[in-house]
Write a protein that binds this ligand. Sequence first.
Ligand code: HSE
Length: 310
Amino acid sequence: MPVDKVIVRAPATSANMGPGFDSLGFAMELRDELTFERTADRESQAITVDPDGNQVSLGVPTGSDNLAIRAFATAFREAGQEAPAVRVRIINRIPVARGLGSSAAAIVAGLMAADVFMGVQPDMQRLLNTAARIEGHPDNTAACILGGITSSSFVGARVLWARVPICRSLRAVVAVPDFPVSTRAARNVLPGNVPYSDAVFNVGRVALLVASLASGNYANLRYAFDDRLHQPYRSGLVPGMVNAMKAACDAGALGSYMSGAGPSILALIADDGPGELVAAAMKEAFALARVTAATMVLPTAESGALFEVA
Ligand code: HSE
């Protein structure tokens, strides 16, 4: 029976986790919900609504250049089939252009919905490869597909990945400044080369980070999020960032880092950690730099994107 309507719930993700540039990703329980419905219209169209159902303009394209629609069309094209026109209703919860993986969620949802429309079970490895190719780096898309904390890396066109076992469950405190930063702009401030000593520094920190998460040695996290490959170059794009990261740790967070390409910052806390205190400290530090930031305390998303045939 042909499928006419598919709902995909795709989680927010936080890339890099400090030193794991373009590799580590962390999925959080905050999901965009994208409903793809076959339509008799000639062109596909997307509308974005807030969680109360009110239409909102988020500055994202609404036609065939919408990222979810593009990913949907890509999957059909690569399967040698013509994509049907669809109407996509996006219940938006993931702040857009804030370093929380809203693009990855759109791409993953489009690819997954397309497989379901074509009557094939979404194949994780193919999704991982295609989603990362569309996004340009695998960190957000891998975490969005797989859930939890993931490490991922291109080997040629293929994404190799592993889920990082987390010894004790963690929550994220996220501070979201009220201005966007485009990933492209944030990649443009990075240098072409880095000193050997900085590369060595990051190797040490990322190894410490992954081993500490797996073993439960969370006292290391205060230092394991340190990074010399991107955060120092990007801190100029986000006033108050460094102080907000420090304030989070002083208020009881295990560690803190710039989420993806920013401007959001994320602090990890233990499951029973002081979420509200950390959130207030981050907000206040941003306010001192005249930046208004919203805060959220989010559990880890144990599962990646989920679909349902409606
Ligand atoms: N790893 C990417 C970056 C994530 O930091 O540029 C951005 O989405």
